[in-house]
Structures are given as C-alpha cells and as structure tokens.
Design a protein around this ligand. Structure first.
Ligand code: ARG
Length: 577
C-alpha cells in the first residue's frame, strides 16, 4: 500500500475537477506534526497562482470535489491553502490486515524495469579498500531494494581488469612461477603489486618483457591471456570471500570488467570521429566539450585515444554505457562510485548522449558518495598510514563485537554466539555506512557503530529480536491470528499502524534516489514507535482477547517490516539477542 500515491491521485483528480490545468501537482507529503493530520497536500497554492485565484477558495473547491470516503475521516483547510488529511482508523486497520495477508507485505506491484547497477568495482591484483567498501555496501542495498520491488536488476561489477599495468603483472607472475615451481598463491595482492612495480622500475630487462606482454595481451596472445586470467581469477576469488562475509549478493557471474569493452573501443573512436565529435589534437584523439571549461575558460578536451594508440578509462566508460543500453537492454543505469569521479562520468556521458549511444529516456545516474574518514577527520588509514585492508577491518569488527556480546550474553551456546557476533559485527560496519546520507564524507568510529543505543545495527537487531520474542513467550503461531479482527483504539496503536503502512513509500524513495539511509531512519523510527506502544499498550496481559490479538497483529507486522527492511539493507537479524 502506498498511501502517498493513493492520496496524490485522488487530490490530483479533485484539482482537475476544480479547474486546475493538467499535470498540476498535488504535492502530497507525510505531515510533520500530528495536528496537521497524517498527510498534507500543498499543491493548491501554486495552482491557485497559475489560475489567478485566491488559494483558500481553490482549496475549498478541491475539497468539495474530493472523494476520499472510507479512507479519510477528516479534511481540513489550513493556513494559506494547505489541505490536511486525517486517515480513517478502520481503513488503516484494514490495510494492516491486508499487508499481513498479501505477498511482500502488500506492496503494489511495479512495472518491472531492467536496471543495471554498477557497484563495487575493485581492481585486479589490488586489495579492496574502503572506497570499494562504501560502493559495495550502498550499491548492494540499492540492488536488494530494487529487486524486492520487482525490478529486473543486472549487477555490473566493473572490475579494473585491463590496462598497461598487466604487462608488468604478467611478467612478475611468470617470474614467481619460475622461481617457486609450485602454483602461486597471490595471498597478499598489495605486496605482489608493489614488488611487480619495483621490478619494473629497477630491472630494465624485466621492464622490456613487461612492455612486450602488454602488446601481446592486447593482441590476444594465448599465453598472456592465460596469465591474465589467473590474475583476475585469484583476485576475484579473494574478493568473493569478502563479499560473502559482508553478506553482499555479488558473485563471479556479475563480473563485467573493463576488458569486456575492449573490443568495442576502436569502433567507438572511429564512430566519434565520423560523427565529427572527436578530432586529432597533438597526436591524440580528443573530444572537446563546450559545457566543461578549463582554467583558461576554453572547452575541455577529453582524450579518448592516446598518441601511442592506447585507450583510456573514459573511452571504456563510453563503450560501457552503450553496451548497457544496447546489449543489456537497460531502462535505467545506476553508478555507485565515489564523488571524485563525478566529472569523469559527466564528461563520458555527455559524449554518450551526443553520439546518440543512449537515448535521453534512459537515465544514467551517478549515485556518488564521500570519503570514509578516521576519527581525526582525515582519510581512513592504518596507524602506519597505509590503506586499511577490508579483510582486516572485518576481522576487527568481529573481534570487537565478540567482546561486547560475550559480556552481555555469558550463557549463549558456542554456535549461537558465533552467529550473533557475526551478524552484529558485520552488521555494525554496514549499517554505520548505510545510515548516513551517502553524499557526504563519513567518520568511521567503532564505538558509535557498535553502540546498543541510537541508530545502529545492534540497536535495530535488538529491537527486532524483542518483537520476535513476544511470539515465543505467547506461544502463539502467527498464522493463527489471520482470522482475528484488527481494531485500533489507542493513539499509539494508530500511530504505529500508520507508520507501518508507510514502508512502501520508503522503499520507493530508496529505489528512486538510491539512498538507503532513508530506510535506516524509517526503521529506527519504527522501532522507537513500537517501543512506546509496547510500554503503554500491554499485549499479553491486555484486557480482552480481541485487544490482545489486535496488538499481536501489530507486533507481527512490525516484526515482518523490520526484517524485510533490514533485508533490503543486507543486514542480518537474529531471533535471540
Ligand atoms: N575500478 C574503479 C576504481 O577503483 C571504479 C570503477 C567504477 N565504475 C565505472 N563504470 N567507472 O576506482
């Protein structure tokens, strides 16, 4: 049920009936204060202006034409022409009942779109770092939400698996294999990369070999391809361990690395030249973009092919957007990449649009995010100033969560303890990131993220387990409640029920804007409302069976909403905590 959409539609109809031009916006929002009702329509003012009519007069005409019988108990015109809507509690109760019975908590089926989501995108022979962590976690929450709504999502892991560095990496892998006879384990990728680079810088014969391998690899040489594959496979196998630990839905099948677009690049460059978009400039092939100015105020040039014939990161992103539309059939493409790459994407897409590779009707969206900072406000680093390895970060999360949980639950079984520690430790790292508006930098702070108070994973997981435990204590099968009537009397019951019904509005916002923190805030609010309700409206000791069953139904929908919401975020729940 999407109350906001339902009311918007009704108010829009009434606006038209009152003489508003087509496409006039009803502007229906959840009210900020209970005195203004549950929802507010604010569209009257701007329409009245267009019509040259006093807004309150238009509001009256709208209210007259409005048919919300059975849905709304009271309509009020307030201030200059706001329309305040108060929901009918029997309608709210019926919707809660419906949500409990219908699949997917009663959300409205969508017209499925094919949505490509570009996220995670680590680089080969490099360790995943904190920037990839943010992209991976936020992107995955977005993917889960879109899929839950019913869209057809294609995960695109744009792995950095191509470029001139592969000559050096292959040459080094070869050297290692020769020296160690046995199969190489690239257990420490950072170190491998560093050593390869060192050999390249210090050993001219090695550098020579490396350069030859680049050419061979690009020419499709079988030996070089095989060595390259090995580097990609080893890296991705390690990353897969991290994805699985993180409860992230990416698999090897989702890898669509830069190399995938390599064969498209010569054609793209030729086509951009044919279309008059690309020109030769100082030996390179460049697209000049009027809408981006350099320091001198001249159109900025984007190099798409270097003097030596090599292609660039941007050329690949041009090809990749084209591929996602043409071959994958995308209706929409979402990119979860840090904000420092914003201009790069804007320039690549500007070329994509000019060349007509992706029509304007298919949005290319950069869902960017800021940097992860340490407590000191500087980029997040190890104590010695190095990049923080993701696996080390997760180990630390588990260790810290372990200490905390053991203290609180001294008599948990080994098995339960392990599961709980994992859910809380990993959940804390993920939730801390997901709960902040993603566009800003964010401060990574262990103590905050592991706190049992506030908008944190442990708090949300605890809130969930508390609701779940009610059913265990009541020794009641949730299914047996189905036939029981739901009546809402107390203010707290009605508030909780109304908020539960707003779940779909939140899902829709997250899907549209790619902002999982909106879901976190909602779930946090919901948990708080439930707490207040539980304290003031006794469930198991309610004065009658009818009230008890009604309240159990509210508890049940709360439990399911918390679980489903946390699921869309990729946060695990536990039944006992
Ligand atoms: N591999 C890149 C990096 O580590 C991120 C790639 C993002 N996706 C893209 N289509 N450019 O910075």
């Amino acid at each position: 049920m999407n109350i906001q959409a339902l009311l918007s539609e009704k108010i829009s109809q009434a606006l038209m009936a009152a003489g508003a031009p087509a496409e006039s916006e009803a502007q229906v929002r959840q009210s900020a204060k209970a005195q203004f009702g549950d929802y507010q329509a604010n569209g009257v003012m701007s329409v009245a202006k267009k019509l040259g009519m006093p807004p309150r007069q238009l509001a009256e005409k709208v209210v007259e034409a409005l048919d919300l019988s059975g849905i709304v108990s009271k309509v009020e015109i307030a201030g200059p022409g706001f329309i305040n809507l108060f929901l009918e509690k029997s309608w709210v109760a019926a919707q809660v009942d419906h949500a409990l019975r219908a699949p997917k908590l009663g959300i409205t089926p969508v017209t499925p779109q094919t949505i490509v989501v570009d996220y995670s995108a680590p680089n080969v022979a490099k360790e995943m770092h904190v920037g990839h962590l943010r992209s991976t976690i936020i992107g995955d929450a977005s993917v889960r939400t879109l899929e839950f709504l019913g869209h057809n999502v294609i995960r695109a892991n744009h792995v950095g698996d191509w470029g001139t560095q592969f000559g050096m990496l292959i040459a080094y892998l070869e050297k290692m294999q020769n020296e160690h006879a046995a199969e190489m384990e690239l257990s420490d990728l950072e170190q491998f990369y560093r050593e390869a680079k060192q050999h390249y810088d210090e050993d001219p014969a090695f550098a020579e070999r490396a350069r030859a391998y680049v050419v061979k690899l690009q020419g499709g040489d079988e030996y070089c391809r095989r060595m390259w594959r090995k580097l990609v496979d080893v890296t991705m196998a390690q990353n897969q361990i991290t994805y699985d630990r993180l409860n992230v839905t990416l698999t090897e099948r989702d890898v669509m690395g830069e190399s995938l677009y390599n064969s498209m690049l010569p054609g793209i460059v030729a086509d951009l030249k044919d279309k008059g978009l690309a020109v030769e400039s100082e030996g390179a092939t460049v697209v000049f973009l009027d809408e981006f100015k350099n320091k001198e105020g001249e159109p900025m040039g984007v190099i798409i092919q270097k003097k030596d014939g090599g292609y660039l990161y941007t050329t690949t992103d041009i090809a990749c957007a084209k591929y996602r539309y043409e071959t994958l059939g995308a209706d929409r493409v979402l990119y979860y990449i840090d904000s420092r790459q914003h201009q790069h994407l804007m320039m690549a897409w500007s070329i994509v649009r000019k060349a007509g590779y992706v029509p304007d009707s298919v949005p290319l969206e950069h869902h960017m995010f800021g940097m992860m900072l340490g407590k000191d406000g500087k980029p997040f680093k190890t104590r010695s100033g190095g990049t923080v390895k993701l696996s080390d970060l997760l180990d630390e999360a588990i260790e810290r969560a372990g200490k905390l949980i053991k203290e609180k639950n001294p008599d948990l079984s080994e098995e339960d303890l392990k599961q709980l520690v994992n859910a809380v430790g990993i959940g804390a790292v993920k939730y801390a990131d997901l709960s902040k508006s993603r566009t800003t930098d964010y401060i990574f702070d262990w103590d905050n993220m592991l706190a049992f108070e506030g908008n944190t994973a442990p708090y949300m997981q605890y809130a969930y387990s508390r609701v779940a435990s009610i059913f265990k204590r009541a020794a009641i099968e949730p299914a047996s409640l189905q036939a029981q009537p739901l009546v809402l009397n107390e203010e707290r019951e009605i508030t909780l029920a109304t908020r539960l019904l707003q779940f779909e509005e939140v899902l829709t916002t997250v899907a549209r804007e790619g902002t999982p923190h909106v879901m976190c805030s909602y779930l946090y609010d919901l948990a708080g409302l439930f707490s207040g309700f539980y304290e003031h409206c006794p469930i198991l000791s309610a004065e009658s069976d009818e009230i008890r069953n009604s309240r159990l139904k509210l508890a049940l929908l709360t439990q399911q909403t918390l679980k489903t919401g946390l699921d869309t975020l990729g946060i695990e729940t536990v039944e006992r905590m």
